[in-house]
Design a protein around this ligand. Structure first.
Ligand SMILES: [Zn+2]
Length: 482
């Protein structure tokens, strides 16, 4: 067999070894590749195209909600990171240093940004004088570096791409509203664009961002029953304002510290798409983030270039004109081989056209998600393709939501909790006392962590903690997580 014939069979079945399957899909679908630098990945064009679609949609939302983009330096003087005590403690183990530059040892070491609160806070201190300068609503698209021991493409890499929003406000209420607003933006992005349902909630003290007052997250459930933190939004309170001396003259002429927020999502979202929707044949892409929404595969005998290709090109042009992302596979390979390859790469719709279809003035459309095949007349084809893409987008979200519901359990006592948490059941929802030691003991016993505590649930009245029987403060969503 040639290498091309073995192309598809090299994917490990998802049910057999999810982790191997994931890496196979990343590699075979040409999303990313390992680089000579351990823990760093190369995002290949197909993977980068998915990221760009996420980025473009999110950038529109960030701007629609009143923010503007800016750019801050990659390097941060070491002394700035150490200003906020919790922050430095949280990030110190993961920081990469620059000690030499221009052939000389630097007087002060520089850190490669793991996140930008320190450098942005320093600049805000210069820019903010009066309440009239507030709010500051900035976002930056950037790369950050966090030295990781165990890495996995897209999910956890030493360098990754993200956006980080940083805002400064006059009042505590405004900062809290901003934090929650951006959490909602992220949740909608995941549902509407990535077809991934998420649980919005607040993090426990031990899981919050280093230096934040409180952290909110969106949590998604992957196909193997493990949770993935898909985005976070932090209310920084006045912690960074005090550390970086960001003060303003208030309306009553008193000197006040600003209230801050920061929020981010990363290239990890590409990993979330793979692990939410993929199957044994490879990637399944929601149409909204598919680099190609339709692939046209001409079918025919040796002379297909004369008999079929002109009609295929006309259809391609129609779809392009309608704003649909399409590719026409003209390579000299067997149609069956092309089918497998585009299935592996997750293209939502395959359009097959052969001599008989041309005679009947129709084409065959095959859905990647359901594998359903439909004969469709060439008349009105664009409308039908649009409808089908919408249908696929909606049904992927519905399928993922159903999977999450089937994998969300409730446990009121610890024996049930532990029994349910065996293997990878998904989420287990249980009342919790709010105590960090109790939380740590649950992790030791079961490997499960509190992913978050959803915002829209009433607090459990009169219930006791699943482990220690003290009064519960919240229903916590537990899971084994990436
Ligand atoms: Zn407890």
């Amino acid at each position: 067999m040639s290498q091309k014939d073995t192309f598809v069979t090299e994917i490990t079945p998802r049910s057999q070894d999810f982790s191997r399957w994931y890496l196979d899909v990343v590699r075979r679908a040409e999303l990313a590749d390992y680089s000579p630098v351990k823990g760093c990945m190369v995002i290949r064009p197909y993977g980068y195209a998915i990221w760009e679609l996420i980025q473009q949609a999110l950038d529109r939302e960030i701007k629609r909600t009143g923010h503007v983009n800016a750019y801050f330096p990659l390097f941060i003087p070491e002394s700035l990171l150490t200003r906020e005590a919790e922050h430095v403690e949280g990030f110190a183990p993961q920081v990469a240093y620059v000690t030499h530059g221009g052939g000389e040892e630097l007087e002060e070491k520089l850190i490669v940004r793991p996140t930008s609160e320190a450098i942005i806070g320093t600049m805000y201190a210069k820019w903010v004088q009066s309440w009239r300068d507030l709010p500051i609503l900035l976002n930056q698209w950037a790369n950050v570096v966090r030295w990781e021991k165990v890495t996995r493409p897209f999910l956890r890499t030493t360098e990754f791409l993200w956006q980080e929003g940083h805002t400064a406000h006059e009042t505590a209420d405004e900062a809290e509203a901003e934090t929650r607003k951006m959490l909602d933006v992220y949740a909608s992005l995941c549902a509407d664009l990535l077809a991934i349902p998420v649980v919005k909630g607040i993090k426990s003290e031990s899981e919050k961002f280093a230096g934040a007052l409180r952290t909110y997250s969106i949590e998604a459930l992957m196909g193997d029953g493990r949770a993935l933190q898909a985005g976070t939004s932090h209310n920084l309170g006045q912690n960074f304002a005090k550390a970086f001396d960001i003060q303003f003259q208030a309306r009553d002429k008193s000197l006040q510290y600003v209230w801050g927020t920061s929020w981010g999502v990363t290239t990890r979202l590409v990993g979330a798409i793979i692990m939410t929707h993929g199957d044994d044949s490879g990637l399944v892409l929601p149409p909204a983030v598919a680099p190609y929404q339709v692939v046209i595969v001409p079918i025919g005998r040796e002379n297909w270039r004369e008999t079929v290709l002109p009609a295929a090109r006309r259809i391609e042009q129609q779809l392009v004109d309608a704003g649909i992302r399409v590719t026409l596979d003209e390579r000299d390979e067997r149609p069956g081989w092309k089918f497998s390859e585009w299935e592996l790469r997750g293209v939502p719709l395959r359009l097959e056209i052969g001599p008989k279809d041309i005679e009947k003035s129709q084409v065959l459309l095959a859905r990647r998600d359901s594998r359903e095949k439909l004969g469709v007349p060439m008349d009105g084809l664009v409308t039908r393709v649009r409808e089908l893409l919408d249908t696929i987008q909606v049904s992927l979200l519905a399928r993922a939501l159903q999977f999450r519901e089937e994998h969300t359990h409730h446990a009121g006592d610890y024996e049930t909790f532990k029994a349910t948490m065996e293997g990878r059941p998904g989420f287990v929802v249980s009342p919790w006392c709010g105590d960090a030691e109790c939380e740590a003991q649950i992790k030791t016993d079961t490997q499960a962590t509190i992913r978050n505590m959803p915002l829209d649930l009433p607090s459990p009245q009169g219930q006791s903690c699943v482990r220690c029987d003290r009064p519960a403060v919240a229903d916590a969503w537990f899971a084994k997580a990436y």
